[in-house]
Write a protein of this length. Sequence first.
Length: 376
Amino acid sequence: MSTEVLDKFKSSTAPTGAPIIEIKNVSKTYPGDVKAVENANITVARGEFFALLGPSGCGKTTLLRMLAGFETPTSGQVIIDGHNMATVEPNKRPVNMVFQSYAVFPHMSVEKNVAYGLRMDRRPSKEIKQRTEEALDLVKLGGFGKRMPHEMSGGQRQRVALARALVKRPSVLLLDEPLSALDAKLREAMQLELVRLQQTVGITFVIVTHDQTEALSMANRIAVMNAGTVRQIAAPAELYEFPKTRFVADFIGRINLIDAKATRSGDNKVKVHSKIIEEVELAGDVDGDVALAVRPEKIFVAESKPTDPGVITVRGKVGEVAYYGSYSNVYFDIGTGSPLLADIGNVSRDIEDNTFKRGEDYWLYWRKGDTLVLGA
């Protein structure tokens, strides 16, 4: 695609100092005092790939629908491109939306699907044809214009939906779980395609998903929601390595949580102990009942007790083992009632070297610096 064509897509997304989206103290309450969203505050930068992530019923789709104009906030402001959207109808907003079900018209060809919005805007036929072809090229469907939706795969139909949304050159593209209907391998491929597409056109993307891997692999920043509340907003690596709450830690990826007691011992330092871990000083700013959190891939296994003062050690007995080829999930009974999960790389081609047998005893250890202290 030519530079001139890409410039047309990017013309409305030229960087400015102001964010493209500002969600200010937004709440949405349904009849019966059902609070779908409560006091949400989010800013999205121009040209950013932003994700709203959380379990079903957390309020993320309601928030997206308020951006699109399909829902009205009970209180607060939704500002897009510097304009308060309170009285702006959905079709007048500088956004377009891709739905979970694609919503591709089955009786229309691909090119007619993509051109539909431009025809409704009564654009000149020459412009419609040119922009439709450009949008199809952008999603790698050039030459597919005459096909009918039933003649295409799920991934191709999703691309048609993307092209139809992009053809109007919105400032913001909203995506409501757009990949959930695809099989695992195709979903992974489409994740890469969406990132490529967003980087190519420079349009701000806001995606709703309940899939942590999807959000981590695509978004520049993620807002984690639960029970209508935004729990944490951060870049993927920060969310994964430094979750601020027990909910975020447990929801993003997999994590081991060990109940413990903590007392403050200095500036951002706490002394922690539990029935399986000797007292150790760690970075932290909470005391009382806490949870020690450590990711499975940061846990190592040894036959004898490590003597390094920089690590935490526990004794564990092998329980369940799940083999995944390049690594195995090994669950160890450490006497707390909840197993400790370790991701162990299968680095040898010798199967015996990679085998853990139920009932075997090992020392498990991990760096103090890889341990989070989270309020219970």
